[in-house]
Design a protein around this ligand. Structure first.
Ligand code: NAD
Length: 499
């Protein structure tokens, strides 16, 4: 590939590729080795306004295109993305840093979502119900909301835009999309392929730039009735406040502090596989990453030692190399933050079992690599067991019973994903009922969602909405209830009665 050098990219607004109105630019660089991936427009409010005007105009026609026809564009997009899967995967290993298999999974998730949501073009089911009155028909139908502002993070740079734009578009909305400034090339590629699939101009627009310039204007724009946002809790709160003035719909997918429970009757080899995958996949930079492991005291020592042995065998390197297990973290700020949590953990009295340092040597110093880190003897109230680190660090917490394990798992402000390893079906069902998260896995780690089930979390992970599956349609449509009275006379609900 793939590395794009100093190629300059543009915004895509109303079917045209355009520079930022200011003419300013910013660079995207690889977290793996510092290479330049591309140069992108550093847009501002004027560019957002232009994109919103285009999206608003396009929505007048797009909402009238029959939904099955809208779905056909998604099918073509799915095919195109599948044809380009290898090059988009390669670009992701360079720009975002995740390892090849995971980058391919990120792209595959968008392909799956495009097929799933394309099929919604022939469903978008509403309801019909009988009326209390004679000669009266009633139904509910889904209506598009209008212009959707989609603001995304860098950690799933193809999948997350797909979770937002695909249901939005098949439901008849138009979109202004602001990707993260760490992954603009992937956002650009996504939009380019979607446009090639035959989207009419103005239906999907991309405006590159920072949160306070582009994101904030999108959130405040009076002609954008709905914001779909994935990112940190702090930004989610800021978005909610800024959107309140216009009473916008706000759909939030925020952070996590997910835990795997390992009971004394668990298959420990399987549990170690699940922990390694969930804690260190994507270098721990998944909202569903397992940054806590809650272990029954009877198997704690055995599990800790097996886990540390496995973790110390993991090879760090650029994501595009076949034998890399752990890629870089996204940028210098993330590296510093992750290391600061190692210091916090040591100060709090947790025991550093392995890792805990910036990785150097063999060229790793050119990028942002952190050794996979495991803390033992962690107390559930410690900051490393409460706060989202978003890096390759996990904390082992010892418990004596299932009740205690569930209480510890639930004892954080987030509620995204949870997991339990146990051979006992009764314990598994209690966990399914009592773990306060939007997603629970039994005998699997905390990561691995599929596109046809709802995705999202309880408590501070969001505000009650879900992406993916049928639930996404509730975000991107308004219900309309329609009553058709064909009796030819005035019939008053709750007052007149049918014979
Ligand atoms: P972030 O909050 O820093 O940024 C997310 C996006 O918001 C970026 O595009 C950013 O430019 C934009 N933004 C920043 N300030 C803004 C503002 N004032 N107004 C509007 N937009 C603004 O998050 P990040 O560091 O990119 O991503 C990591 C976070 O995302 C983690 O907390 C992670 O858990 C979370 N996440 C959640 C999910 C989920 O589905 N629950 C999925 C992936 C990531």
């Amino acid at each position: 590939m793939a590395i794009l050098g100093a190629k300059t990219f543009q915004n895509y607004i109303d079917g045209e590729w355009l520079d930022a109105a200011s003419g300013e630019t910013f660079e995207s660089t690889s977290p793996a080795n510092g290479d330049t991936v591309g140069v992108f427009p550093k847009s501002g409010p004027e560019d957002v306004d232009r994109a919103v005007v285009a999206a608003k105009a396009a929505s007048e026609e797009w909402r009238l295109v029959p939904a099955p026809k809208r779905g056909e564009v998604l099918f073509r997009f799915a095919q195109l993305l599948a044809e380009h899967k290898d090059d988009v995967t390669d670009l992701m290993t360079h720009e975002m840093g995740k390892v090849k298999a995971e980058a391919a999974g990120d792209v595959q998730e968008a392909i799956d979502m495009a097929y799933y949501m394309g099929g919604e073009g022939r469903r978008l089911f509403g309801q019909t119900t009988p009326s209390e009155l004679r000669d009266k028909f009633q139904m509910s139908v889904r209506m598009p909301v209008g212009v959707v502002g989609a603001i995304t993070p860098w950690n799933f740079p193809i999948a997350i835009p797909s979770w937002k734009t695909l249901p939005a578009i098949v439901c008849g909305n138009t979109v202004v999309f602001k990707p993260a400034t760490d992954t603009p090339a992937l956002g650009e590629r996504y939009v380019e392929l979607f446009a090639q699939a035959g989207l009419p101009k103005g239906v999907l627009n991309i405006v590159h730039g920072g949160g306070s310039d582009v994101g904030q204007r999108l959130v405040e724009h009076p002609d954008v009735p709905i914001i779909t946002f994935t990112g940190s809790r702090e930004t989610g709160v800021a978005v909610t406040k800024a959107a309140a003035e216009n009473l916008k719909h706000v759909h939030l997918e925020l952070g996590g502090k997910n835990a795997i429970i390992v009971m004394d009757d668990a298959d420990l080899d399987l549990a170690v596989d699940g922990i390694v995958w969930s804690a260190f996949g994507t270098s721990g930079q998944r909202c569903t990453a397992a940054s806590r492991v809650i272990v029954h005291e009877a198997v704690y020592d055995q599990l800790a030692s097996r886990l540390v042995t496995r973790v110390e065998q993991m090879r760090l390197g650029p994501g595009w190399e076949d034998d890399t297990d752990v890629g870089p973290v996204i940028n210098k700020g993330a590296l510093d933050k992750i290391h600061s949590y190692t210091e916090i953990g040591e100060d709090e009295g947790a025991k550093l079992l392995t890792g805990g340092e910036v990785a150097e040597g063999n060229g790793l110093e050119k990028g942002f690599y952190y050794r996979p880190t495991v803390f033992g003897d962690v107390q559930s109230g410690m900051r490393i067991a409460q706060e989202e680190i978003f890096g390759p660090t996990t904390a082992l917490i010892r418990v004596r019973s299932l009740d205690e394990a569930i209480a510890v798992s639930n004892g954080v402000k987030y509620g995204l994903s949870s997991s339990i390893f146990s051979g006992d079906v009764n314990k598994a069902f209690r966990a399914m009922r009592d773990l306060d998260t939007g997603i629970t896995y039994i005998n699997a780690g905390t990561i691995g969602a599929e596109v046809h089930l709802p995705f999202g979390g309880t408590k501070d992970t969001g505000n009650g909405h879900r992406e993916a599956g049928q639930a996404a349609l509730d975000v991107f449509t308004e219900w309309k209830s329609i009553y058709v009275d064909y009796s030819g006379k005035l019939q008053r609900a709750q007052i007149d009665t049918a014979e």
